[in-house]
Design a protein around this ligand. Structure first.
Ligand SMILES: CC(C)(COP(=O)(O)OP(=O)(O)OC[C@H]1O[C@@H](n2cnc3c(N)ncnc32)[C@H](O)[C@@H]1OP(=O)(O)O)[C@@H](O)C(=O)NCCC(=O)NCCS
Length: 145
């Protein structure tokens, strides 16, 4: 919980559209939610990035969702986003999850490339997911890292 303000700063800086960023209340909710995987990367005492994932279960099938990944602008392009994603994916796998899905804005080239690199494929487009005219694409991955 002590990291909520630091995580919020990363979100605030990363997204201008309120529908895309997590506010403090949603960050606290994600941290408290039973089973959630929330990890933070630090430099000194400063939050540099975070990732949030949730294992889910539908009937007897376990699957996972990546809810958020973001890295502070000053630390981008050095492998941190990829590391955070890989750690979250491994945690999900350790819980028996092989299918992982997420949504990303269709215009977010950096994130889409990151997810492709990690083996995610593009699924259906979801119109207006992040507000009017702001479409998302669902991406998913099946298999182990
Ligand atoms: C997406 C994000 C988390 C990537 O973090 P990062 O630490 O900069 O990424 P990495 O350095 O780990 O890069 C890993 C891969 O991502 C892709 N990537 C990262 N930045 C990119 C960019 N600016 N343009 C294109 N591809 C990019 C590349 O495939 C890269 O692998 P490569 O270096 O071998 O080409 C970061 O840009 C970010 O925080 N963006 C704002 C928040 C956001 O959009 N989150 C996703 C919401 S769904």
């Amino acid at each position: 919980m002590a990291d909520v303000p630091g995580i919020f700063l990363i979100e605030k800086e990363a997204f201008s559209n309120p529908a895309e960023k997590f506010d403090r209340r949603r960050i606290r909710y994600l941290i408290r939610r039973p089973g959630s995987i929330v990890m933070v990367a630090y430099r000194g005492g400063e939050v540099l990035g975070w990732v949030a994932a949730l294992p889910r279960r539908r009937l007897r099938t376990r699957w996972g969702r990546i809810y958020a990944v973001a890295v502070h602008r000053s630390a981008r392009g050095r492998g941190l986003g990829e590391r955070l994603m890989r750690v979250a994916m491994r945690r999900l796998e350790s819980l028996g999850v092989s299918y992982i899905s997420l949504e990303v804005r269709t215009t977010n080239r950096a994130a889409i490339r990151l997810y492709r690199k990690l083996g995610f494929g593009e699924g259906r487009k979801i119109a207006d997911y992040y507000g009017h005219g702001r479409d998302a694409v669902r991406m998913m991955r099946d298999g182990r890292t």
